[in-house]
Write a protein that binds this ligand. Structure first.
Ligand SMILES: C[S@@+](CC[C@H](N)C(=O)[O-])C[C@H]1O[C@@H](n2cnc3c(N)ncnc32)[C@H](O)[C@@H]1O
Length: 156
């Protein structure tokens, strides 16, 4: 999707231990020769093992990434106010219902026309509630072998 849509500004929540989503997004932006990725993660859970989130992100790809070390609840809106409207949002951080709904709604407020919101782990009703509330017709929800491997996206 990143290679196809060639977004300029991307925000993701949840970098994770390895940073797989970051790496794929950054590689695609590198192919596009365009864009910047802001990744929000409190970077606390792996402290005990002595390393930071995104340990597997190739060094040469990191020039297009800014990691915000905070939880989305306190940093997402402030980030949008700083960087302006975005083209692509990916949720893969705190999967609690309330946090997901908060992130979808906040990202939607700052999403450019023709922008995309994508979410992993759509096992509860947060995504459905979001699309219903905003009367979004262009969306898709996919389920894998179990609900944990589910994702969804909307196209504004
Ligand atoms: C499933 S992992 C992300 C995996 C990553 N997207 C990947 O592809 O490798 C979830 C991450 O969300 C982060 N996280 C937990 N609560 C969060 C919050 N409130 N805001 C942002 N990130 C959060 C955790 O620190 C963890 O690194």
């Amino acid at each position: 999707m990143i290679r196809l849509l060639k977004p300029n500004l991307i925000v993701e929540t949840g970098v994770g231990e390895i940073g797989m989503s970051s790496s794929y997004i950054l590689a695609a932006m590198g192919d596009n020769d365009k864009g910047h990725l802001y990744s929000i993660d409190p970077d606390k859970f792996y402290e005990i093992y002595g390393y930071h989130v995104g340990s597997g992100i190739p060094g040469e790809l990191r020039v297009r990434q800014t990691i915000v070390r905070d939880i989305s609840q306190t940093s997402l809106e402030a980030l949008f106010k700083k960087i302006g409207k975005i083209d692509f949002f990916l949720h893969d951080g705190d999967h609690r219902f309330k946090t997901k709904l908060f992130e979808y709604e906040t990202a939607y407020k700052y999403l450019n026309d023709r922008g995309v919101i994508m979410s992993d782990d759509t096992w509860d009703s947060a995504f459905d509630l979001f699309v219903q509330k905003y009367k979004i017709s262009g969306y898709s929800v996919k389920y894998g072998i179990n609900d944990f491997f589910s994702y969804a996206y909307i196209h504004k």
